[in-house]
Design a protein around this ligand. Structure first.
Ligand code: NAP
Length: 332
């Protein structure tokens, strides 16, 4: 095979500066894939540890179709790991829906023009019959738009992902670290199936080696189905903190979004969008992916330890050897 040809990237990674994207870049590199990263700003792209193969960086914004023209040249598979939630103003938190719709449409048009063969998308888990929040409905709409093009799209659907820097995990971390007593709305009892970030990477990267995942949607989840209160208690126990968490009927989700916004550094635009979705159960309806990509699922106390050990700053950051797993009495 022509040596020069094998050096060219075959994979396009969008969201390469994000929580999932930057980790997936390392995982793909470990597996020997050559990657082209689409970034809005190269200043926001950094590699804390060098890769085996330097990725190719192209500047592009999904809101500007012209900027995407060259991004897919020679690419067979693209990862779509982008969302538009954010901003400091809670009042504008619904504007992401239109932006995410346009971004996905622009990407599909570009993929069709370039003759892309596969797309792999990570979206959100939530039962469609369950009056979905704007955020979860938008994630599902993006999945439908990405599947409407000519290439085969794999959609993975996840609930909150446990890893350092993930918005959902950071909210939990700051709340439990800073508040000894929490009076929460009923959402603390909503059931969800969180998943460790390393397992999400196992599935995202695993899809490449399993062509039978092409053109299909899969739910992905961790080994435990839990209420958010349980997850916060596991966090507290893992850190050896004494915490009281009580669900009360009078506290509304919007009210709690305001105090979550006060307590945590996560941008208001994300806090308000995620808070609305806390009423929706996020549990896998099927587990077909587990037969296709059989992996060992990380328990939540271990996933929390891993996240805290990775984090070097902020409340609860711990050294890699110092994580206490209460159920086993072992250090991580
Ligand atoms: N985090 C979780 O717990 C979780 C749970 C379930 C599903 N997911 C899904 O996982 C995917 C990735 O989420 P994440 O947590 O990694 O998000 P994230 O850390 O906020 O990263 C979002 C990425 O999207 C990029 N982006 C936003 N708008 C863009 C645009 N117009 N053009 C190009 N790039 C753009 C951002 O680039 P900039 O650096 O330029 O802003 C950033 O790299 C999303 O589809 C999300 O729904 C996440």
């Amino acid at each position: 095979m022509n040596q020069e040809k094998t050096q060219k990237p075959e994979i396009l990674l969008t969201g390469a500066t994000g929580f999932i994207g930057k980790r997936l870049l390392y995982r793909l590199d470990e597996k020997g894939y050559r990657v082209r990263c689409l970034v809005r700003s190269s200043e926001r792209f950094s590699l804390p540890v060098p890769l085996n193969n330097e990725p190719e960086i192209v500047r592009g914004d999904l809101m500007e179709p012209e900027s995407l023209k060259n991004a897919m040249e020679g690419i067979s598979t693209a990862y779509y790991l982008v969302h538009s939630m954010g901003g400091k103003s809670p009042g504008r938190h619904l504007e992401f829906e239109e932006r995410d719709r346009r971004a996905a449409q622009n990407f599909v048009t570009c993929a069709d023009n370039a003759g892309l063969r596969r797309m792999i998308y990570l979206g959100g888990l939530g039962d469609t019959s369950d009056h979905l929040s704007h955020h979860l409905a938008s994630r599902q709409e993006v999945g439908r738009i990405l599947s409407s093009g000519s290439c085969e799209t794999t959609s993975l659907r996840a609930a909150v992902i446990i890893g350092a820097g993930g918005a959902g995990f950071e909210i939990i971390r700051y709340l439990v670290e800073r508040l000894p007593v929490m009076l929460c709305p009923r959402w603390v009892y909503t059931m969800s199936q969180p998943i460790a970030v390393e397992n999400v990477l196992d599935y995202l990267a695993g899809c490449l080696g399993h062509p039978e995942t092409a053109g299909r949607t899969f739910d992905i989840g961790g080994p435990e189905i839990l209420g958010y209160a349980d997850l916060m208690r596991i966090y507290a126990k893992t850190r050896g903190l004494n915490r009281t968490i009580v669900g009360v009927p009078f506290a509304s989700t919007t009210l709690s979004a305001y105090w979550v916004d006060l307590i945590t550094p996560v941008p208001a635009g994300i806090v308000f969008a995620l808070a609305e979705g806390l009423k929706n159960q996020a549990i896998c309806r099927e587990n077909r992916i587990r037969k296709i990509i059989p992996i060992e699922l990380t328990p939540m106390d271990q996933a929390i330890c891993n996240a805290l050990a990775e984090e070097t700053s902020g409340p609860g950051a711990i050294s890699r050897q110092a994580c206490f797993l209460p159920d086993t009495g072992k250090k991580s």
